[in-house]
Design a protein around this ligand. Structure first.
Ligand SMILES: [Zn+2]
Length: 282
């Protein structure tokens, strides 16, 4: 599913494509994709609005209009495609069409139907209706000191579960979490309380580096993800552990797959140490 680098890729592409454009009346092929307000209010409120700015928080794409804010969350299989050539042909998963008054349009398609769209009046409503339980963006709103402070409140939590928790920090999903933990050599089952200061710093650096690389490669595509121009990302070819069960790690050991925090988790049993010396003693 799209994670921070995929949503950031879409955001960066959309900035030059739709900034300043004015929405015409949307077509709601599947009105249940609109989470807030109801579909009639949504259509009326969006029509005629100009795109001022395109931001992101975690996996939420946040499009600021002259009166209101349009929010898109792609969830499992959502795609947001920009084109000037009319609706994508034979797309039976097309849920919403957002034409602009110049003939170009954004098309929201979503096979699994979990993706959601909101239209709120202002920042206050954005917070209340959409981002209430969403933590700071792990890429744009997190320096090392803040990361350490937030970790201090979650000492008993396993790292895999912590990084997936959007209330702790927003943006990470299954793929990038596994890659980050491999990069810094920390086992996904380790608990926050067992980390040394240097391990915390290594984890923070790994998160920044892996997310940065994901963005530079236009995101990761396994099946569904496409950027705003319909092209796949290519970070999947750079992944060190995710999806590589049984393949050799650079250390020679086969990569293993297990379940942590209810999610399929890839790791190298040699490179990622599960227990610290101090924890073994207690
Ligand atoms: Zn290894």
């Amino acid at each position: 599913m799209p994670e921070l680098p995929e949503v950031e890729t879409i955001r960066r592409e959309l900035v030059p494509l739709i900034s300043g454009k004015i929405f015409a009346s949307p077509l709601l092929h599947m009105p249940s994709a609109i989470e807030y307000p109801d579909s009639e209010q949504f259509s009326a409120a969006l029509t005629g609005q100009k795109v001022l700015n395109i931001g992101r928080k975690g996996k939420y794409l946040i499009i600021t209009l002259d009166h209101g804010i349009l929010i898109v969350h792609l969830r499992m299989t959502g795609n947001l495609l920009y084109t000037e050539e009319g609706p994508p042909e034979k797309d039976r998963y097309l849920r919403l069409s957002f034409p602009f008054n110049d003939g170009s349009a954004l098309y929201f398609s979503d096979m699994r139907r979990f993706g959601r769209v909101w239209l709120v009046a202002d920042d206050h409503e954005l917070q209340e209706k959409v981002l209430k339980r969403v933590g700071p963006d792990i890429f744009d709103e997190m320096d090392l000191e803040k990361f350490i402070a937030l970790l201090g409140r979650r000492e008993r939590v396993m790292l895999k579960a912590l990084l997936l928790n959007q209330g702790f920090a927003a943006g990470m999903g299954n793929i990038y979490t596994d890659e980050c933990l491999f990069r810094c050599g920390i086992h996904p089952r380790r608990r926050v309380s067992t980390l040394s200061r240097s391990e915390v710093e290594a984890l923070y650096k790994a998160i920044r580096a892996v997310l940065n690389e994901g963005i530079e490669h236009g995101g990761t595509t396994f099946r569904d993800y496409r950027n705003a121009r319909g092209t796949a990302g290519d970070y999947q070819s750079k992944l060190a552990v995710y999806g590589r069960k049984g393949e050799r790690c650079r250390c020679g050991s086969p990569i293993e797959k297990t379940t942590v925090a209810g999610r399929g988790t890839y790791f190298c049993p040699l490179c990622q140490v599960e227990w610290t010396a101090t924890e073994k003693e207690t």
